[in-house]
Design a protein around this ligand. Structure first.
Ligand SMILES: O=P(O)(O)O[C@H]1O[C@H](CO)[C@@H](O)[C@H]1O
Ligand SMILES: O=c1cc[nH]c(=O)[nH]1
Length: 232
């Protein structure tokens, strides 16, 4: 147990999906897991464990942004012995070539403050990444792979130009946690992958509706679960 997680040793599977939104965690567990049980309710940041096609998998929400995210990921690895962590997140499109509602599998990620400094670019586990692409292809799920930028700032004073540099470097999507996930995978030693759904466009201003938000994650959740299942 920790101040943020009431799960007991052994409550979490070795593989954990980590959406930001606690209600997305609940939806994934209820929709895809057999016999899901809630293992954490602290702060309403739910965690669940159940079976996906015969494999034990957990889902633990992380909240929004690096400080909250880091607490959950650190504890999953250091306290609960988790070995594989897959983010099932939402992200924004930075180009017209990444249409809303499709899945975005990050092939790399860097913080917006570090764009251009190649030593700060993080990458997913190569085997998980390959399996995710294979799962999306096999399941006929519309997806893109590409470099991602993560930012601690959601509301920026210069929304029109803030991503000019990342876009000029070929970066196509933004979230707030993937770069941190890849950095933590190196420092803490676990396998990481980030599979997001494109929920809004910073180019056109188009947004998906909150009412469709859970269903929107069917594709990214399936890709994450199939990757978890086949990766062992
Ligand atoms: O929907 P989640 O997974 O929380 O991800 C995205 O949504 C939040 C901002 O709306 C940030 O956490 C961002 O990374
Ligand atoms: O972090 C995020 C997620 C979705 N859309 C954004 O603009 N930023």
């Amino acid at each position: 147990m920790t101040p943020h997680n009431e799960a007991l040793p052994g409550d979490f599977a070795e593989t954990v999906l980590i959406p930001g939104d606690p209600l997305r965690a609940e939806w994934i567990a209820a929709t895809f897991l057999e016999a899901p049980r809630c293992v954490n309710r602290v702060r309403g940041t739910f965690g669940f464990t159940g079976l996906y096609r015969g494999k034990q998998v957990s889902v633990q929400a992380t909240g929004m942004g690096r400080p909250s995210f880091t607490i959950y990921v650190h504890e999953l690895v250091a306290v609960y012995g988790v070995r594989t962590i897959i983010r099932v997140g939402s992200c924004g499109a930075l180009t017209l070539g990444t249409p809303l509602r499709e899945v975005f599998i990050a092939e790399s990620a860097v913080m917006d403050t570090d764009v251009g400094a190649s030593r700060h670019v993080g990458t997913p586990d190569p085997d998980l990444f390959r399996r995710a692409v294979e799962a999306a292809t096999t399941q006929s799920i519309g997806f893109h792979v590409g470099p991602m930028v993560s930012s601690d700032v959601f509301y920026h004073p210069e929304p029109e130009t803030r991503f000019d540099l990342p876009v000029s470097k070929g970066i196509t999507a933004v979230d707030m946690e993937t770069a941190n996930l890849f950095a933590l995978s190196q420092s803490l030693g676990f396998r990481a992958l980030s599979v997001c759904t494109l929920v809004d466009s910073l180019v056109t201003g188009e947004e998906t509706a909150l009412s469709e938000r859970h269903e929107l994650f069917r594709g990214s959740a399936l890709v994450a679960l199939e990757t978890a299942r086949t990766a062992g």
